[in-house]
Ligand binder design. Structure first.
Ligand SMILES: Nc1ncnc2c1ncn2[C@@H]1O[C@H](COP(=O)(O)OP(=O)(O)O)[C@@H](O)[C@H]1O
Ligand SMILES: N[C@@H](CCC(=O)OP(=O)(O)O)C(=O)O
Length: 378
């Protein structure tokens, strides 16, 4: 990293007023597979220092499954979801009890926040989670977030906490996201192989071309490996959040702005609205509408609203207000948006001009299929 890059990384982290710190299972567990209490104590100490300096801190902590293994007599992370969930429900209580005690040493109150994908997909629940987290920060508590593993299902589950951390950072409009793992940085290849070198700074997707992120963690306790961390950094930086990826051992140095780990620079453009980020990353289309090539061009290139005239087909069942995918005729999803009509209504409107619809069906049919404020190009 050039000196200018180092400075930017430092100032982004040092100047952060609200920061989300994510710690993965791999750095919270001992080589024997149990929870690493020393590591938790150290982390609570580092975060308490930040809090003492007036910085709002949210911790996203994995480790529930790992903490539940020993009490259940399990030697390693179970493969089946039901046993993972059982281990998580045993472990989450233990994990929080430990954090509560560690933060109490620094006169801080820990607060448990368990979220599911569904909570972030539904706009009302998303807003509630946002309100609660902000209130917790206002009253001086340290929110400790994890996925609500016991109710998450195969189909809708984060699985790893990396993406959850990025969404929490965006939901809170945090200034910085710190991803802590058992590896000190992103490497250009598997870090356990000779010849791989540290990537100090990532300014955009071009810097990741040819980087091998596919190998999984050494000890098999984490889940996402680097793939989900890079994805998390992408979501966060697109939301304007400076991101640092490093090891838990480097947490203090990273928060003090030392040039450790990998710095992911925030995207320079205007911060997307919370609604646009939610549409792009937290939700999935309930169904889809297929667009003719002209409508694809209008939506993608001109960020225009989708009008009935450009729709050729409706797929799936949805209600007005649901998120839907906008596809081209080849089946590619080009955008996602909140639809203004039920799926059953659209076939009668397709291919018609707004003027014709208003004249024949009434002025309420003047509305777009998806308004451009409710639309995000993917
Ligand atoms: N290009 C890479 N750079 C750094 N680490 C990598 C890379 N590819 C794979 N990894 C692996 O990813 C692991 C971290 O992911 P994971 O075990 O899921 O951690 P966590 O539990 O912290 O989320 C590291 O231990 C490392 O071996
Ligand atoms: N919610 C799970 C997190 C699963 C997991 O291993 O995540 P990570 O370590 O972030 O890859 C737990 O607490 O065990």
């Amino acid at each position: 990293m050039g000196s200018e890059g180092v400075e930017q990384a430092r100032s982004a982290i040092i100047g952060a007023r609200r920061i989300v710190v994510k710690v993965g299972s791999s750095s919270l567990t001992t080589p024997e597979g149990g929870i690493d209490h020393d590591r938790m104590a150290e982390l609570a100490g580092v975060l308490a220092e930040r809090r003492g300096a007036g910085i709002e801190v949210v911790l996203v902590s994995s480790g529930a499954v790992a903490a539940g293994l020993a009490p259940l007599g399990l030697a390693r992370r179970p493969r089946d979801l039901a046993t993972q969930q059982a281990a998580a429900s045993v472990g989450q209580g233990l994990l929080l009890a430990r954090y509560t005690a560690e933060f109490a040493r620094h006169s801080l109150t820990a607060a448990q926040v368990l979220l599911t994908v569904e909570d972030l997909m539904r706009r009302a629940q998303y807003r509630n989670a946002q309100r609660t987290l902000i209130r917790l920060l206002e009253i001086g508590a340290v929110p400790i977030v994890n996925e609500n593993d016991t109710v998450a299902t195969h189909e809708i589950r984060f699985g790893d906490n990396d993406r959850l951390a990025a969404l929490v950072a965006h939901l809170l409009r945090a200034d910085a996201l710190l991803l802590l793992s058992d590896v000190d940085a992103l490497y250009d290849g598997n870090p356990s192989l000779p010849g791989s070198s540290r990537i100090a700074r990532v300014d955009g997707p071009d810097d990741l071309v040819g980087v091998d992120v596919a190998s999984t963690g050494r000890r098999g306790v984490g889940t996402g490996g680097m793939v989900t961390k890079v994805e998390s950094a992408r979501i966060a930086t697109e939301a304007g959040v400076s991101t640092v990826l490093t090891s838990a051992a480097n947490a203090r140095a990273a928060l003090e702005g030392a040039p450790v780990g990998t710095f992911f620079a925030p995207a320079g453009h205007r911060r997307p609205s919370s609604r646009q980020l939610w549409l792009a990353h937290a939700t999935a289309g309930r169904g889809s509408v297929v667009l003719d090539p002209g409508a694809v061009r209008a939506v993608v290139a001109k960020k225009a609203s989708l009008l009935p005239a450009g729709v050729v087909k409706v797929e799936g069942e949805f209600s007005a207000g649901d998120p839907v995918d906008l596809r081209d005729e080849e089946g590619n999803t080009v955008a996602r948006g909140l639809v203004n009509y039920d799926s059953a209504e659209i076939p009668d409107l397709m291919g018609r001009s707004t003027r014709w619809l208003a004249r024949e069906l009434g002025s309420e049919y003047r509305r777009e299929i998806v308004h451009r404020d409710d639309l995000v190009v993917l």
